[in-house]
Design a binder for this molecule. Structure first.
Ligand code: F0G
Length: 406
């Protein structure tokens, strides 16, 4: 196993705590020795065990199993959504529902690995900037590991459920008068200057290693035949890369034959990567003041933008933007046709799929998986604001019947 720079290609010792390339400053990636991984795979485990993040232990970059910090993450359902598929006009649609993770979002898959790494490096504090879910997850895993935790949030825009989680798990919560991009700049500087603090934003390449398990599980749940396409929201852009990497490693180890077309969705007010894909740019141009109802992906300068571009281009996928209205419509469709409650950012994957189908940019007979990343209860306020309010009546049988109508 090694760190490898995605810019200059230099490699580094994975026993050292690094975030970016010490030579050129680009993002680092963890590269495993896939031949060695292949030898460690036990076909019986693959056949018989239920999917979870740690089922794929040979693909996880951990040196000391005794240090693993787990809240039983992963193992999320892959639902075949026939009513939704019919409504959208596609033949075979699945939804990977990440809301059933321990803290209600996919972030737990990365944190189980990231916090384990903090212990392996012998550190006593973990930190992150967050639009909410990363902080909720990190706070819980830090609590489980007995580590101190510091989280920086944008003051005005964190959904209530996520804030409640960070606070109750005992993190030191700092709300800055600025957006996520600024919070990340500050926390990166703190972690560069303080040796005992481990940065667990997705610039940390180990977190992404845990998130590969979304790809592993999708493949596993489809009997090790990759879908044609995976559609998901992009914020800081680690997840699209991680899922791509999961499929890539499964292909390299002959577990699957192909890699799905990675298809990323951003909100119209925060779409630097979609813009770069549509205009064929080498690099994305940051968005100054990102804005969207999907606060989880309200990010103008995604750290992992270069990795997202690579994942999309190498898998021959695409990217699409959606309006806030389209996000809300998709959120309600998923809730009302399939019984799945998701927060707005998650619904953008469905909204993006609808757009692509309407614009004839994908084939209707593709086997498609939409990843929905976080639970509805993360952002109850939004759900209430976009829905009809309850009908208020006196506590009287006749009055209730009158309002119920036929
Ligand atoms: N969906 C949800 C619910 C999220 O919370 C996030 C990111 C994303 C999608 C996008 O994933 O960043 O890997 O492209 N939330 C981060 C946070 C930024 O701080 O919780 P990504």
């Amino acid at each position: 196993m090694r760190y490898e720079c995605i810019g200059c290609g230099r490699t580094f010792d994975p026993h050292k705590k690094l975030y970016t390339c010490p030579e050129c400053g680009s993002l680092l990636e963890i590269e495993l020795d896939l031949e060695a991984v292949k030898e460690k795979i036990d076909p019986d485990v693959f056949e018989s065990e239920e999917p979870t993040t740690w089922k794929y232990r040979p693909f996880m970059p951990i040196f000391d199993d005794s240090k693993i910090v787990s809240l039983r993450e992963g193992g999320t359902p892959l639902y075949r959504c026939e009513r939704l598929a019919e409504e959208i006009g596609v033949q075979e649609l699945y939804v990977k529902y990440e809301g059933t993770n321990p803290t209600g979002s996919f972030k737990d898959r990365g944190m189980t690995v990231g916090v384990t790494k903090a212990l392996e490096f012998g550190l006593n504090t973990v930190a992150c900037a967050s639009t909410g879910n990363t902080s909720a997850s990190l706070s819980a895993y830090a609590a489980k590991a007995g580590l101190k935790c510091v989280v920086l949030l944008p003051k005005a825009k964190v959904a209530l459920g996520k804030l409640a989680q960070a606070i109750i798990h005992g993190a030191q919560v700092i709300a800055i008068d600025g957006n996520f991009d600024r919070a990340l700049e500050i926390v990166r500087r703190i972690c560069d200057e303080r040796e005992n603090v481990y940065l667990l934003n997705s610039v940390n390449p180990f977190r992404s290693q845990g998130q590969k398990s979304i790809g592993f599980e999708i493949a596993d749940q489809l009997d090790f035949v990759s879908p044609d396409r995976v559609v998901l929201p992009m914020g800081n852009c680690a997840n699209i890369w991680s899922i791509y990497k999961g499929f890539f490693e499964f292909k390299e180890t002959s577990i699957v034959e192909s890699i799905p077309k990675m298809t990323g969705v951003q909100a119209e007010g925060a779409m630097p990567v979609v813009d770069a894909i549509k205009r064929g740019l080498e690099e994305f141009e940051p968005v100054e003041d990102p804005e969207t109802i999907a606060t989880a992906i309200r990010i103008g300068n995604p750290v992992n933008g270069p990795k997202a571009l690579k994942a999309i281009r190498e898998s021959r996928g695409t990217a699409e933007s959606v309006t806030d209205d389209e996000i809300v419509r998709a959120q309600k469709m998923l809730a009302r046709h399939e019984g799945l409650g998701v927060e707005p950012a998650s619904a953008s994957s469905i909204a993006g799929l609808i757009r692509l189908v309407e614009d004839d940019r994908i084939y209707r007979d593709e086997r498609i998986v939409c990843v929905v990343t976080g639970h509805i209860l993360k952002d109850p306020q939004e759900a209430i604001e976009v829905s009809e309010p309850p009908i208020e009546v006196p506590a009287d049988y006749e009055e209730v019947i009158k309002r119920l109508g036929s």
